[in-house]
Design a protein around this ligand. Structure first.
Ligand code: NAD
Length: 309
């Protein structure tokens, strides 16, 4: 029988791609329940699913921040049984710490961390009873390494890493596997939503130096990174499809080989200084050159295009 795969956050990006790829599996190994918070946005997914819609793919409502929504969604799945859960729904948050509200940071944890915890608690009893299952968590390289101006987002992904690594040990007793997938930058709506957030943000209570580091150093470098090493959601989904299809899924799977050296710095120097100093250098030395160059070439550097001032 096909395995039932429940995926959160399928209205766009990685979740949408993954749902479509699994539904088109040529061996028809999966029955995909592609979920999203707002069913009004299901058009793109349905179009991409094509023939699979209503066959190997169904669309359902699911807000990972709501107990009722999770219960309602699971009650609609035949037998309530989920063989593979993919915790994909997530939100980002960037900006100087002093200028962000605690409520905004709590929202990041509610979605990225507690959203995944809520879903796992709901499907775990069934998986334990059946003595099989696979829980996939879309983490990030920011679940392994801190990145400036992303403190709350990285913390939510670090939280996922600690939580699921801990759980993985117990779950081996039940033949249930956990995989933390760790993409680098992926070209989806994610970055656009963040840029939109910051374009209207005021960042009150933030000193001018910090604001300058954010606007003139971090943001241009981040954009450049998305353009130079960003993966497509199709590529990331392909990696997840492979992980789901394997008989002994790994605990961790990075998707972008170009990030491995940065992550390895932490292993090379357990004191952590090497990672922090290298990243600091890369950002503040390299970006200064980039900014100078852009200012000389055209009087409209990246900063002004992101937020006119
Ligand atoms: P995306 O914005 O296209 O997808 C995120 C999805 O989560 C959206 O469909 C959104 O509606 C959904 N979502 C948000 N809050 C929700 C809620 N309360 N309930 C249900 N769904 C909710 O971006 P993406 O890049 O496809 O992101 C997918 C995952 O990949 C996220 O967990 C993100 O943190 C992670 N990730 C993204 C990148 C990147 O650069 N894009 C890099 C590493 C990891």
């Amino acid at each position: 029988a096909p395995r039932t795969v429940l995926i959160s956050g399928c209205s766009s990006g990685i979740g949408l791609e993954l749902a479509v790829q699994l539904a088109h599996d040529h061996r028809q190994r999966y029955q995909v329940v592609a979920t999203m918070r707002d069913l009004g946005k299901k058009g793109t997914l349905e179009e991409a699913a094509g023939d699979a819609l209503g066959q190997t793919l169904t669309v359902a409502q699911l807000d990972v921040c709501s107990d009722e929504s999770v219960a309602q969604c699971l009650s609609c799945i035949q037998g309530g049984e989920v063989d593979v859960l993919v915790n994909n729904a997530g939100v980002g948050l960037v900006g100087p710490l002093e200028g962000l509200s605690l409520a905004a940071m709590q929202n990041v944890f509610d979605t990225n961390f507690f959203g995944a915890v809520r879903l796992v608690r709901a499907v775990l009893p069934g998986m334990k009873r059946r003595r099989k299952g696979h829980i996939v968590v879309v983490s990030s390289v920011m679940g392994l390494q801190g990145v400036l101006f992303n403190e709350a987002y990285a913390a939510s992904k670090f939280a996922l890493e600690g939580f699921f690594e801990s759980l993985a040990i117990q779950l081996l007793q039940f033949n249930i596997f956990i995989t933390l997938v760790e993409p680098g930058p992926v070209v989806t709506d994610f970055e656009g939503k963040l840029l939109e957030q910051v374009s209207t943000a005021e960042f009150p209570d933030t000193d001018p130096d910090t604001l300058r580091y954010f606007w003139d150093f971090y943001l241009p470098a981040s954009r450049e990174l998305f353009h130079s090493v960003g993966q497509s959601p199709q590529d990331v989904a392909q990696v997840i499809v492979k992980v789901i299809g394997s008989t002994r899924p790994p605990l961790r799977r990075q998707t972008n080989a170009r990030y491995t050296p940065l992550v390895a710095l932490k292993a090379v120097d357990p004191s952590g200084s090497l990672y922090v100093r290298t990243t600091h250098c890369l950002l503040f030395r390299w970006t200064r050159l980039l900014n100078l160059g852009l200012r000389c070439l055209a009087c409209g550097c990246l900063r002004f295009r992101i937020r006119p001032r």
